[in-house]
Design a protein around this ligand. Structure first.
Ligand code: SF4
Ligand code: SF4
Length: 549
């Protein structure tokens, strides 16, 4: 807390002098070629309304929403078309007017669930809105009145991870939050959506930050942004002159924008691996989501669009678009003049953490910060990996302080215990280690596979535990029915406990370990006896393996 007090004590003086706070240094990191200038040459453009929109019912981490329209319904812009089913799902709104043509599965760019239910809208080009709603004077609202407005606007984290905003706010509302950090660090190559947003709409961003700060009752609010984003910093500096919001300047390195890296850079404290930002009194929100909060509250407009970077050498005119949620990626590529002969790969996100998209009919979602139509020069074919030469470059680059070469060896030997002990689950999959590896080992791919395998074996373990419990339940029920059906005079065998005496539907892992250990020692004893008997042939062996005495 003292650190934050020091940081903010002279904020007015710093603002008057035009100076921002400098962040603390963080471990590791790399400085890759950024490929950002091409998409920043022009201003953010609104797109023409696409003939079809397909809006996924799950745009974020969490559960899917439930459609509240059906095929044949006419919908207006900003009309609700799906209801949140819990705090990890979102209300979803129509991005334009038209008719719902169908609700069915389609390919999406959600890495967790590639095919999922989408609401298809045949747009009518009229862009007809629901009756105009008056803008809210948010300063007149109480916190309790403001929270549902933000919660119901259908916003999720727009930094790429897509964590639902209502869930994050719920977590923060149960803790004491001293600082709201607006994450404007956009450190991954190719992505410029946040920089374009800030340099053109900094007033709205600052207001969004103030609204969120008030809603979560945070004492301080800072915007963290890298030093190299001069135009965006200048715009923010102008807009914060009458605000208590502070700017913190981060080092230009990747991954400066990782959740833990930003928190450490701003607070000087490392967030423990098993802790949430809210546990440290911090609420972290991407700048795109903060802008969406501004629109939801100050303009009474739910989230139906986002700023998306369209870039890559296969596009003639890369730029940032204000893209409607549900717009097919191919529609946006056509707007930028795609050169299909030069188009080798489509990537969603940046070049280091992004995922390859195989089907460009997939729609833009709230987490789609960047769409790259890459050439072969930008995304060359994978080079065969060479043996590790133990150079240690990967360990130097790792922002999480891990030993990537050790993790590689345990990943190859599938040593789950060592993987856990060496912090596999602290790996943020930033890909910095793979980027610097001279042997071209796709390290991050190994870690992703190991995480998937470990998650799968945990799932299998949980499932088999469930089956065992259900089987035992079934056995006990049969036994109980049989006992009840038997005449009262029947004598119960002394060594079989009744159904009531047995634990119902439980499977004891400790007991299972003891049973296995006992079985192993029995087998060992038998083996010993077999060896002993083979050395003295006079002793015959019984059918069950025990030596006759
Ligand atoms: S950077 Fe590559 S070659 Fe060097 S130690 Fe790490 S894994 Fe091995
Ligand atoms: S991918 Fe994981 S191991 Fe590699 S540098 Fe990033 S955090 Fe470290």
């Amino acid at each position: 807390m003292r650190l934050f007090r020091n940081m903010f004590a002279n904020s007015k003086l710093r603002k008057m002098a035009g100076v921002q706070s400098i962040a603390h240094s963080t471990p590791g990191g790399i400085t890759p070629h950024l490929h950002k200038s091409r998409s920043l040459r022009s201003k953010i453009m609104a797109i023409p309304i696409p003939p079809h929109l397909l809006i996924p019912l799950q745009q974020q981490q969490g559960t899917a929403s439930a459609a509240c329209v059906k095929a044949g319904d006419r919908v207006l812009k900003y009309q609700k078309i799906a209801d949140a089913t819990d705090s990890t799902s979102l209300d979803i709104y129509a991005p334009s007017s038209g008719v719902v043509s169908m609700i069915q599965n389609h390919t999406t760019i959600n890495p967790a669930e590639k095919e999922q239910l989408c609401i298809f809208i045949d747009t009518d080009g009229k862009d007809e809105e629901l009756a105009e709603i008056d803008a809210i004077e948010w300063q007149t609202l109480t916190r309790e009145e403001l929270l549902p407005v933000i919660r119901n606007a259908g916003i999720c984290g727009m930094g790429g991870a897509g964590f639902p905003l209502p869930k994050k706010m719920e977590t923060s509302s149960n803790r004491e939050i001293h600082t709201l950090i607006v994450n404007a660090a956009e450190c991954e190559p190719f992505i410029t959506a946040d920089q374009a947003l800030i340099r053109e709409r900094s007033e709205a961003v600052i207001q969004g930050a103030e609204i969120l700060q008030y809603a979560i009752n945070a004492k301080h609010c800072v915007i963290a942004i890298e030093r190299s984003k001069g135009d965006a910093i200048a715009a923010l500096s102008k807009s914060i002159s009458h605000s208590s919001v502070e700017i913190v300047i981060l080092d230009d390195k990747y991954p400066a924008g990782g959740e833990r890296q930003v928190i450490q850079a701003v607070s000087g404290k490392e967030l423990q691996a098993n802790k949430l930002p809210a546990d440290a009194g911090i609420h972290l929100q991407n700048v795109g989501s903060v802008y969406a909060v501004y629109r939801a509250v100050a303009e009474s407009k739910p989230c139906i669009s986002r700023i998306t970077t369209l870039t890559g050498e296969a596009l003639q005119t890369p730029k940032n678009f204000e893209a409607l949620i549900g717009t097919p990626v191919s529609f946006l590529f056509d707007l930028c003049g795609i050169d299909k002969k030069n188009h080798a790969k489509t990537v969603v996100g940046g070049s280091l953490m992004g995922i390859e998209l195989m089907d460009t009919s997939a729609p833009v979602m709230q987490s789609s910060n960047c769409l790259i139509a890459g050439s072969l020069a930008e995304f060359p074919d994978t080079i065969p990996e060479q043996p590790c030469i133990r150079c240690g470059f990967c360990a130097e680059a790792c922002p999480a302080g891990l030993l990537p070469q050790q993790l590689l060896s345990y990943s190859r030997s599938e040593d789950a215990q060592q993987l856990e002990d060496h912090g596999l689950f602290d790996c943020i999959e930033c890909g910095a280690c793979s980027y610097v590896c001279p042997s071209k080992i796709p390290l991050v791919q190994y870690y992703r596979n190991s995480k998937e395998q470990l998650a799968l074996s945990q799932e299998v373990f949980d499932t088999s535990k469930g089956w065992q419990a259900r089987f035992q339940d079934h056995q006990y029920r049969i036994k109980k029915l049989k006992d009840e059906a038997e005449p009262r005079t029947a004598i119960k065998p002394a060594n079989i406990p009744s159904a009531e005496e047995k634990p119902q539907g439980t499977f004891s892992k400790d007991q299972a370990i003891l049973d296995v250990a006992a079985a192993v020692s029995r087998v060992k004893a038998r083996r010993k006896n077999v060896i002993a008997s083979s050395e003295s042939p006079a002793k015959p062996i019984q059918a069950d393996g025990e030596a006759e005495t």
